[in-house]
Design a protein around this ligand. Sequence first.
Ligand SMILES: [Zn+2]
Length: 91
Amino acid sequence: MMDILADLAVQFDRPCDQVNFCCTTNRFGKIAPGSDPHTATLFCANCGARRGHLSQGAVTQITDIVRTFGAPDAPIILRAEGKPAPAPRRS
Ligand SMILES: [Zn+2]
């Protein structure tokens, strides 16, 4: 399940990212395989800092989206814990 998500780009827009993000220039990151009990870990694309984990529900949801529509062209926006929303595709 995790392979399909590895290195997918994300944009952090969670409440916790608004107040305490490691980098000021942007809030882009990527998904990497996690270690037990976490399926997926999030990293800052700029400095590589760990930015938390994806919930199992989020992993399942994003996996379903990628399987159905393919990898998104734009970063997946993480708005709230467990409720990611893919950015609209550029035409
Ligand atoms: Zn950073």
